[in-house]
Design a protein around this ligand. Structure first.
Ligand SMILES: NC(=O)c1ccc[n+]([C@@H]2O[C@H](COP(=O)([O-])OP(=O)(O)OC[C@H]3O[C@@H](n4cnc5c(N)ncnc54)[C@H](O)[C@@H]3O)[C@@H](O)[C@H]2O)c1
Length: 333
């Protein structure tokens, strides 16, 4: 009798202390964008529909509303996000809200507000409520002084865009909160993410999505980057899997808090060649704009061997697989 009540008492303490549940409860900020929608779908498949709260400041589609809980939350309003965290007993905070590279350069004050102040709010809430925190970073966190081929996890980072500067800020502050306050911060530096059913949000790698739509619509594409501009890229399913994997990895297995992840690297000309296997008449031309300068300062090939060694990062889709998946999806539409 005494033994049983002792066991019950210990279990209660354990549950309170470690917030133990069979599935984590997850809040995604900025969740109606290119990454958030497929991420919420996958997390709901894994942990249950009710375990994921998707939030953003835009009006969600009916389809998105049918998939699970959606809440309005502006990350610049700390109290609003705080209320969501508390009311939904959130364990994992996945912070996706950001202004991307090309749109950030067009509105620097907004990029500073959203990407820097918004991140401060999220870090403070993760500290206060002991949430596991994921913030994505980017190839854009490197700059012209970084080694570009390959670019390792640790090297000079002097980005020349407000997007890159705000992401280095998030990486460093997240790591500081980890060492100073024990926040379980996790960060992946993503390359350009390519998806078929969600739209890109105004990054420098968006051409690699637009090109498929134009290949089907007009049979040709005028690229805003030079044909020989090499950039790291990744298919969306691999990106989503990388987030799930790093979030599921036990904290003591992570030897660092910020990792490069990549899957492939190609140029617009190489992508056009891969497209021509499906559409032999497809033609590409180029008229570089302000995004060329950004791309010229970014990594060409990402070294992600630490992610592969430490938590078994292993992307599945290469360039041919990506082209095949894009056409399979778009032609069905
Ligand atoms: N897509 C890529 O290729 C890529 C590559 C590297 C890193 N990332 C990072 O991944 C994250 C998600 O990227 P994405 O492509 O889904 O971006 P996206 O632009 O498609 O989505 C961002 C979302 O943030 C929302 N948002 C804007 N202001 C907000 C506010 N005040 N409060 C709450 N939400 C707000 C927007 O409505 C939008 O739905 C970003 O942090 C981005 O830096 C993306």
């Amino acid at each position: 009798m005494l033994f049983k009540s002792l066991v019950r008492h210990c279990a209660t303490i354990y549950q309170r202390r470690f917030n133990h549940r069979s599935h984590p409860r997850i809040l995604i900020t900025g969740g109606c964008g290119q990454l958030g929608v497929p991420l919420a779908k996958r997390l709901r498949e894994l942990y249950g529909r009710e375990s994921v709260v998707l939030s953003d400041i835009v009006r969600p589609s009916d389809e998105l509303l049918e998939q699970g809980i959606y809440r309005y939350a502006d990350v610049l309003d700390l109290k609003q996000v705080q209320e969501l965290l508390v009311n939904n007993q959130i364990d994992w905070l996945i912070h996706l809200s950001a202004l991307l590279s090309a749109v950030g350069e067009r509105d620097v004050p907004l990029a500073m507000k959203l990407n820097i102040e918004g991140t401060h709010n999220i870090l403070e809430l993760a500290r206060k409520y002991k949430c596991r925190l994921f913030i994505p970073s980017t190839i854009g966190a490197f700059g012209p002084d970084s080694p570009r081929n390959p670019t390792p996890d640790f090297c000079i980072q002097r980005p020349r865009t407000i997007y890159g500067v705000s992401k280095v800020h998030a990486e460093l502050l997240g790591e500081y909160f980890h060492h100073r306050y024990g926040v379980d911060f996790r960060c992946l530096r993503f390359p350009g993410i390519i998806s078929a059913d969600t739209k890109p949000g105004g990054g420098t790698t968006d051409y690699a999505i637009e090109i498929f739509h134009e290949a089907l619509k007009t049979g040709s594409y005028k690229c805003y980057l030079r044909g020989d501009t090499r950039l790291p890229m990744m298919w969306i399913d691999d990106c989503i899997q990388s987030i799930v994997s790093i979030m599921e990895t036990p904290s003591n297995q992570l030897k660092q808090r910020t990792y490069n992840v990549s899957a492939m690297s190609f140029t617009p000309d190489e992508l056009a060649k891969a497209i021509q296997k499906y559409k032999p008449k497809f033609r590409i031309s180029s008229e570089p704009d302000d995004r060329q300068k950004i791309a010229d300062s970014w990594p060409e090939v990402f070294d992600d061997h630490n992610a592969r060694e430490h938590w078994n990062w292993n992307p599945k889709v290469d360039l041919d697989g990506l082209v095949q998946r894009m056409f399979a999806y778009l032609e069905k539409q």
